[in-house]
Design a binder for this molecule. Structure first.
Ligand code: ATP
Length: 368
């Protein structure tokens, strides 16, 4: 075998054992993360978990306290030894509050970072980016004449214009309204993939991360809990936090007996947990297939409707399931389209086991 084939490409960005404290309070705790050339990685997590701090460390805006930051194999930050300043890191930055230069027009703002290009090319490239982000018609206006969302799009165009090898984006779509956001996300992803820029994008929105990311790094309280493709995080979550971060979930508790846990909606495998220990069975609302009582098969669980609400593309049912031994459980089910059985109507539930996850009840990871 050719040894060159076996060598992994040098990461566009690598963060090794990064720790950070503010006033002795640790906010980043031993993070390991890399972004491959051309890859889009989303740093996802709740407010205050340390995402922005990590991005600022990667950009050089925050001085690294512990660990190492590498860009394309070169160490750009190592405490006490090296701190390459942000402007020398050749990264494109777009932050939530990215300030545009107020005295420059939109076009001049985007041209600003293109000094290395011949002047004719600069205008062409800047207009191309503005066009891609739906802002070409505002080329000659000034930032104060734009809405917050429009300013954000110009900031994105400015960051993307020089086609940097690494893009660092912090909540770049946050001030856009919902409809525009979908469009701009789509256009931004297209530009990132066209340019082949490695990207680390911070968001607290799981759907945004799933749309944008090749890989997601889910963070909680300064620690990366799980890294993987959107599908890996959604379909093989490593702990209860990962399950709940992607949406509402029903939690049922039971004791492990003969490697299984019995719940009012069915029995699930839990052979990797200790016998007699308490387990939590997490059931996504879409894991419950609900049908009218007369379609009942043996595998189905009897239940009745407590409440049904139409949410638009789906219906939300509040159900009371009647398991064996008179055990009852209240559950939320999400059914595609319009399905609005009357209050009190008997229905049957069938469990889609691919959307059911079992963990030790203490909350520690106990996955297969
Ligand atoms: P959000 O999604 O709300 O932006 P985040 O995940 O990006 O949150 P950070 O902004 O990195 O979180 O903040 C992590 C923690 O560090 C928070 O508790 C925050 O209050 C604190 N913090 C951030 N910057 C500073 C600072 N300059 N001085 C002191 N504490 C800070």
């Amino acid at each position: 075998m050719n040894t060159a084939e076996a060598v992994a490409p040098v990461a566009a960005l690598s963060l090794s054992d990064v720790h950070h404290r503010f006033d002795r309070h640790p906010v980043v705790k031993g993070v390991e993360l890399s972004v491959a050339p051309g890859e889009v990685v989303c740093l996802l997590g709740p407010s205050g978990c340390g995402k922005t701090t990590l991005l600022r460390i990667a950009a050089g805006l925050e001085v690294l306290q512990e660990g190492r930051v590498g860009l394309e194999g070169e160490t750009v930050a190592a405490p006490g030894r090296r701190h390459v300043p942000p402007e020398k890191r050749s990264v494109g930055l777009a932050f939530q509050d990215s300030a545009l230069f107020p005295h420059l027009s939109v076009l001049e703002n985007v041209k600003f970072g293109l000094k290395s290009l011949p002047s004719g090319k600069r205008r062409e490239r800047a207009l191309e980016r503005l066009e891609q982000l739906g802002m070409a018609e505002y080329a000659d206006t000034y930032p104060h004449m734009l809405s917050g969302g429009q300013q954000q799009r110009v900031a994105l165009a400015r960051a993307l214009a020089p086609e940097p090898r690494l893009m660092l984006l912090d909540e770049p779509f946050s001030s856009l309204d919902a409809r525009l956001r979908d469009q701009i996300r789509d256009d931004t992803l297209h530009v990132l993939k066209n340019v082949g820029a490695a990207t680390l994008l911070v968001t607290h929105d799981p759907e945004e991360a799933m749309f944008m990311a090749d890989r997601i790094a889910l963070m909680r309280d300064g620690v990366i809990v799980q890294t993987g493709t959107p599908r890996e995080l959604y379909c093989a979550p490593c702990d209860p936090f990962v399950v709940t971060f992607f949406g509402e979930v029903n939690e049922l508790y039971g004791v492990v007996e003969d490697g299984k846990v019995s719940t009012p909606v069915g029995t699930v495998e839990a052979g990797w947990l200790s016998e007699g220990s308490e387990a939590v069975v997490m059931v996504r609302p879409e894991a419950l297939r609900v049908s009218e009582r007369d379609e009942c098969g043996r595998a189905h669980v009897h239940s009745h409707v407590v409440m049904a609400k139409l949410l638009g593309r789906s219906s939300l049912l509040h159900l009371c399931a009647h398991g064996p031994d008179d055990a009852e459980a209240h559950l939320h089910a999400r059914v595609p389209g319009v399905f609005l059985p009357a209050e009190g109507q008997p229905v049957d539930i069938h469990l889609d086991l691919s959307q059911v996850f079992v963990f030790a009840a203490s909350g520690t990871a106990a996955g297969a």
